[in-house]
Design a protein. Structure first.
Length: 412
């Protein structure tokens, strides 16, 4: 096996004069580490269910899937797939236009209204991807001279959106009210927006809203929260961490994606009607990009209905999450500060071990993805487990046995 000396961070600034010439060392590095590269872009040959078949490199394995964000198991829910199929047959494959000009259908409007009602907001606005939505909302609202105050662990779509807006970016230490206070004190007098996440995607912990909101309110600044991983999962009715902490009315804008618990694609932002009315005309990711396909919208409408008519799926997800966390802790694994269904297994700084163990687990029948620097700090490379309501205890046990037999055995 090769040692993996580099990470993607090493090739961000190419030396050559031409942007169309990628650094030759990048290709060499990729070629030399081809066995590890086979871990990226694995081919799933089945649906994103709790088990499936994965092709990595040349080999195919039946696996327990702990890598798909199908949190409530809705990707293959019969009511959801039927709604999508019917819309596909009745409405065709695409919206074929931007929502502002020609892509908006009655279905899109219905979904917006349902999401506004669900989140308890005046209005909701759809985006054709979660990334585009997070980026497009910040880029649509912030301007040069403004300040985006982001938690240091915010997702790249939020960082990119703030950069695109040409606002100044200020990061505060993750979930640290004192660091936030300092960031807000230093930027006093500017137009500012604090940007948080519901569940942080690499660590699985929640925004510490009870500690952060009093600071934000003292500085009289608005809050945008990205609930990509917490919508339909947290809160008594699935409205996210702002419901979980009972602070929905203290957060101006709630954003979420359809790619996780909704098991689809796209995203939405929900908030006051005049603000979203403005955003529709100033968010280029909305106005200059095609609307979601009707079949996707119909599937999401049904997913919302199924997920919110009772708490059965959410309860099952939490029960599975508690079970897996307790068992994994019992094995002595480092799960960081996760309190959610997103559970990192932190293995340290040995990149070669990270990749070798990932391949080994794949061969033994477990689909886990490696998370490498620079996505996470160099000393805390990890796998990231996504628990779903669809997993059975037997499948979770099988996964835990493989983790014990691979990661734990190596750490002993
Ligand atoms: C917090 C957060 N926001 C936004 C996104 C982007 O969402 P999508 O994958 O739906 O484009 C992700 C994706 O992982 C995420 O974790």
């Amino acid at each position: 096996m090769h040692d993996i000396e580099h990470s993607l961070a090493d090739f961000y600034f190419p030396d050559g004069p031409d942007p169309l010439e990628p650094p030759p060392e990048f290709a060499t590095w990729m070629r030399d580490g081809a066995w590890a590269e086979s871990l990226y872009e694995p081919r799933l040959l089945t649906s994103v269910g709790p088990t499936g078949r994965v092709q990595r490199g040349g080999s195919v394995h039946d696996v327990v899937n702990l890598s798909s964000y199908n949190y409530l198991g809705l990707a293959t829910h019969p009511e959801v797939t039927r709604a999508a199929v019917e819309a596909l047959q009745e409405r065709g494959t695409g919206a074929c236009g931007s929502p502002l000009l020609s892509g908006m259908a009655d279905l899109h409007e219905t979904l917006q209204e349902r999401l506004a009602t669900f989140t308890g907001r005046e209005d909701a606005m759809l985006f054709n991807s979660g990334f585009a939505g997070g980026m497009g909302t910040l880029a649509g609202l912030l301007r040069k001279g403004d300040v985006a105050v982001l938690d240091a662990k915010c997702h790249l779509c939020l960082v990119d959106g703030a950069k695109l807006s040409r606002a100044k970016l200020v990061f505060f230490d993750h979930n640290d009210p004192e660091s936030l206070d300092a960031a807000l004190s230093q930027t006093d007098g500017k137009r500012r927006l604090v940007v948080l996440e519901g569940v942080y995607s690499m660590d699985g912990d929640t925004a510490d809203l009870p500690a952060l909101l009093p600071v934000i309110e003292r500085h009289r600044v608005g809050v945008f929260i990205d609930e990509a991983h917490s919508i339909l999962v947290y809160g008594e009715t699935g409205r996210g961490v702002i419901e979980h902490y009972g602070v929905a009315d203290r957060v101006a804008l709630q954003f979420a994606t359809f790619s996780k618990a909704f098991s689809s694609i796209g995203g939405f932002v929900a908030g006051p009607r005049p603000l979203l009315h403005y955003l529709r005309y100033y968010s280029n990711a909305y106005g200059f990009s095609c609307a979601l396909p009707p079949a996707v919208v119909a599937g999401v409408i049904k997913a919302l209905e199924v997920a919110t008519r009772d708490s059965e799926l959410r309860d099952r997800l939490w029960s599975n999450t508690r079970y897996f966390r307790a068992q994994a802790r019992g094995l002595g694994l480092n799960l960081g500060d996760s309190t959610s269904q997103v559970i990192p297994i932190i293995v340290g700084s040995d990149r070669t071990a990270l990749y070798e163990m990932c391949l080994e687990m794949n061969e033994k029948g477990l689909f886990l993805a490696p998370v490498d620097y620079p996505s996470v700090p160099e000393d805390s490379l990890r796998y990231r487990v996504a628990i779903t309501a669809a997993h059975t205890r037997e499948q979770l046990d099988r996964a835990l046995n493989i983790i014990e037999d691979t990661v734990v055995r190596r750490q002993r």
